[in-house]
Design a protein around this ligand. Structure first.
Ligand code: DX5
Ligand code: ZN
Length: 213
């Protein structure tokens, strides 16, 4: 069995049929469902809020992996947890005290992740590395699906893997090829939107991301 987990990003789903799209990915073998929350400030795009998390909670057994691309995430984290998030990831660039933000998520009883933009160095994780369940290294500039993978992030994945034993998630431009290069560098959770939702055979596409294709 592959050590790689796959988290389809519903940003690339048909928004008129989010429940069915989520179930389609569950049936195809997804491990988590990734939800991209954008506020039009931290990133130049607007997406979903806690109501979408709440609506999807009863339709799948999979963990809901909420990626907050928003300013002042501390104000909204409790609302997303209440809505049914199992994992909450905040951006290091969006908070003034990262260790405090991590403790806030932890205290609410869910898994906690910290995300870094491609340009942000892994040093910012020093204050919380022991306390986080997941580090998300963005492989595109956050904001939109369908962008090209940035290979310059690969050395950052390698450097983090040397000092961090838990989940390293990659997000942006992930397909069969970039999943292979990021997993060789040490990543173990693949977020993919376009590649999975446009796949003719999502089961085969998920297997390909896991290196089983
Ligand atoms: C980008 C989002 C990603 C995005 C990935 O800001 O965090 O989750 O939806 O989409 P693809 O796989 O299409 O690059
Ligand atoms: Zn994401």
């Amino acid at each position: 069995m592959s050590r790689i987990l796959v988290a389809p990003s519903i940003l690339a789903a048909d928004f008129g049929r989010l429940a069915e799209e989520t179930q389609r990915m569950e049936q195809a073998g997804a491990d988590w469902i990734h939800l991209d929350v954008m506020d039009g400030h931290f990133v130049p795009n607007l997406t979903i809020g806690p109501q979408a998390v709440q609506a999807l909670r009863p339709v799948t057994k999979l963990p809901l992996d909420v990626h907050l691309m928003i300013e002042n995430p501390d104000r909204y984290v409790p609302i997303f947890v209440e809505a049914g998030a199992d994992r909450v990831t905040v951006h290091a660039e969006a908070v003034s005290d990262l260790a405090k933000a991590v403790r806030q998520v932890r205290k609410l009883g869910v898994k906690v992740g910290v995300a870094l933009r491609p340009q942000t160095g892994i040093d910012v994780l020093k204050s919380c590395l022991e306390e986080i369940d997941l580090a998300l290294l963005m492989t595109v500039n956050p904001g939109f699906g369908g962008q090209a993978f940035m290979p310059e992030v690969l050395p950052k994945i390698e450097a983090l893997r040397k000092i961090y034993g838990r989940y390293i998630q990659v997000d942006g431009g992930i397909n069969q090829e970039t999943a292979a290069s990021t997993s060789s560098a040490g990543a173990d959770v693949m977020v993919a939107g376009t590649y999975l939702f446009q796949a003719k055979d999502p089961k085969q596409a998920i297997a390909a991301l896991k290196g089983e294709g």
